[in-house]
Design a protein around this ligand. Sequence first.
Ligand SMILES: [Zn+2]
Length: 178
Amino acid sequence: MAAPRVPGSGDERRLELPCGETLDPHEIDLGMREYTCACGTRHAVVTDVHPPSRFFPESLVAVLRETIDTDDEFEEFGTPHLMGVVLEEFPDRVVAFDASDDGAVGYTLVWVTDFDARRLHEIVVELVVELMEHAISHADDDDAVSEFETQMLEFDVSEFVEQYRRQRDFESEHDRPV
Ligand SMILES: [Zn+2]
């Protein structure tokens, strides 16, 4: 009997996707943000090399670094934390692959999701808003809390994602991590 396949384990050279198809991690290059799959849909691809500014502005990244404590091997809040939150929320729809022992790829970690890059972007922004709400609810400053809540009532996630993706020209192959 064949050993069970463990997605993400170091000696598994085929990454099993949530849809049931497989992907060779060596096919993933650092510029890839979406993978057109044999199942007929596109899956978002994120590597640890992609900065969080793939999803939102550097100014917000800075705020998150200030407010969120990380107690793991990563020095500061970054893409692995974002994808960790997504994975926690959608355990059946995200696969992670550890390529740290593979010198042939330029990344250490890669995540592939069942949903496409645009939907992932919305999910990441929604989860970050929740993280910030949680962080700010512990603040002593009631004014800050209510101001934040007011801003969030007006905040339209899909509108933000639309604009941000247009600004950063995500479909362009010339887009580079900043
Ligand atoms: Zn697929």
